[in-house]
Ligand binder design. Sequence first.
Ligand code: ASP
Length: 316
Amino acid sequence: MTEPAIAIHAGCGVMPRTGLSEADWEAARQDLAAALRAGWQVLKGGGSALDAVEAAVVVMEDSPHFNAGHGAALNTAAEHELDASIMGGGDLAAGAVTLLRHVRNPIRAARALLEAGGPVMLGGAAADAFAKEAGLEMVDQAYFTTERRVEALVSLKQRAQDGTIRSASEAEKHGTVGAVALDVNGHLAAATSTGGYNNKPAGRIGDSPLIGAGTYARDGVCAVSGTGAGEFFIRHVVGHEISSRVAYLNEKIAEAAGHVVLTDLARYGIGAGVVAIDAVGNVTAPYNTEGMFRGWITPDGHLSVGTHADIISLPL
Ligand code: ASP
């Protein structure tokens, strides 16, 4: 039996510390801890890594603090188009959905597609129809909208007009949620869900639903979920690249993930971060922005969460 472990992120588009009240930071940390506990409960009960990452991501999709599900980013047309994917490291089974408009929990749609065992990826109206057919909860677009995202859209449109888009904060721009886990049977899994970035063009698809880019898991190697400027994650095939460094260069997970985030992606001056876990439960969470919502439960059952540099221990 393997000792289980889980790690999550909820985006590297974190505000400066002073951007939110202490009560808001505390609420976000509590939601991170709740997501970890949901995944851990599955793992400790002998459940699969796939079930654990799905359970953790659902909690973060339901939280208004993160850019996925309720609280997702708005595109240029002030609409939500949601992307998600999930992958199991045992048989490399995967499900990915993109441009969803009405599925309350996009990660559940990705999982249902994985279980259906046919197409790996569905997009747009067909993906919404598949989710409805699968019995998932459907909602109006208004369910996803929060005041903070509306404000971010107004501010980014203004910046686009003024030519000051480069000085927009990471928080104004983007975010994503994701989870990676190792279960008692030694299986790995990864899941990622996002609203993309604020003021993205309608129809734009990022890295989060692309297997190998924003999400990747392979037993015996590692599982990875990413956040950041998706175009660069796609071009560098980040999840698979990290896995390849571990598998073929024998790098430790922290070295491999650190290299891709802090060296390969660094040259573009974009925000980027990942969480990754290896085959024995070592966890790493490198990022190059001011902060990244993140947390993990290590095989010894210790729960940690962080928003900026400091990491806080919370009860399991
Ligand atoms: N990676 C996401 C995307 O490009 C956004 C983010 O994580 O900030 O859609």
